[in-house]
Design a protein around this ligand. Structure first.
Ligand SMILES: Nc1ncnc2c1ncn2[C@@H]1O[C@H](COP(=O)(O)OP(=O)(O)OP(=O)(O)O)[C@@H](O)[C@H]1O
Ligand SMILES: CC(C)(CO)[C@@H](O)C(=O)[O-]
Length: 275
């Protein structure tokens, strides 16, 4: 039996980059990895059983079965953050499942190659585009080249150990957004500009400012979200909206906040790891 912890990932801004090869399809952008996420346990079994994000685990098993004899697998996800709210849970479940299967079956592949299967599952389900490569890596991640971990490229912004305060209001259906070509044109134009700017000035404050500008320019900031961002901006280094969710995140030197019903996490610098 193998257990894998995969931290959640909050995208601040992004740009979708298409490609005929789904391993080379993905997103560029920037986001923060946090120390709350998904612990996935995988065990060979006489019957496949999934206890957790079934749609994701089933897709990962289907994808890996195209290349290896996976047999029957028991998968259990222990999910420590809300699903569908911009915290990269689908990516974390996919990555934990893929790494867990690879390790449990002792497949002759690297961690990156196992993670490639998770990326494939995300892209085929339209549940994510850049979370897997970020969640594998940890930290404050700039995705400079799209794709699965064996194809994409990331840079990191060096930051100290800080708190991430998260206020979840509601879900957003990621696949619906990723199918909306008109909206994606707007997102990509703005996301591309933000990426150029963060590469000129790769700092935490600039990440937060660019993320906040991005969220306003793609019209995702409702009056309710703005009110919470205003409070967070008073109390933290800065805040923005988690893509894609009705979720506000603020990065802070302390866990103190006047907001109620929040998730308090810390930046995770390690990334996905076998427990
Ligand atoms: N409470 C739930 N229980 C089981 N499945 C859910 C639940 N909420 C959403 N789902 C499904 O799980 C998948 C979640 O994918 P989605 O990418 O929207 O979530 P996420 O990864 O947490 O958010 P994001 O991708 O925006 O960071 C979707 O297929 C969705 O239909
Ligand atoms: C598309 C996305 C914003 C959905 O969470 C994320 O997967 C990303 O940053 O690629």
């Amino acid at each position: 039996m193998v257990s894998v912890f995969v931290p959640s990932h909050i995208t601040g801004f992004f740009q979708v980059v298409d490609h005929n090869n789904p391993l080379k399809k993905g997103s560029r952008g920037a986001g923060i990895v946090i120390n709350r996420g998904v612990t996935t346990t995988v065990k060979s079994s006489n019957k496949t059983k999934i206890d957790g994000l079934e749609i994701i685990a089933k897709k990962v098993i289907e994808v890996m079965k195209r290349y290896y004899n996976i047999g029957n697998i028991k998968v259990k996800h222990e999910i420590d953050v809300p699903i569908g709210c911009g915290l990269g849970v689908s990516g974390a479940c996919a990555l934990g499942t893929a790494i867990g299967i690879a390790k449990e079956l002792k497949l002759p592949i690297t961690l990156n190659q196992a993670a490639d299967f998770a990326h494939l599952a995300e892209v085929e389900l339209k549940t994510g585009l850049g979370d897997v490569i970020a969640e594998l890596s940890g930290g404050l991640v700039i995705r400079t080249r799209e794709g699965a971990p064996s194809y994409g490229k990331i840079d990191k912004i060096i930051v100290p150990s800080l708190y991430v305060i998260i206020k979840v209001l509601d879900k957003i259906n990621t696949p619906a957004i990723l199918k909306d070509k008109l909206y994606l044109e707007k997102i990509n134009k703005i996301g591309e500009k933000m990426l150029k700017k963060i590469l000129i000035q790769p700092s935490l404050k600039n990440f937060l400012n660019l993320s906040s500008n991005f969220s306003k320019k793609i019209s995702i900031v409702t009056p309710e979200i703005k009110d919470i961002m205003d409070i967070m901006n008073e109390e933290t280094i800065g805040s923005s909206v988690a893509m894609l969710g009705k979720t506000i995140f603020g990065i802070s030197e302390t866990p103190e906040t006047s907001l109620d019903d929040v998730i308090i996490a810390k930046i995770d610098f390690t990334g996905a790891r076998i427990l």
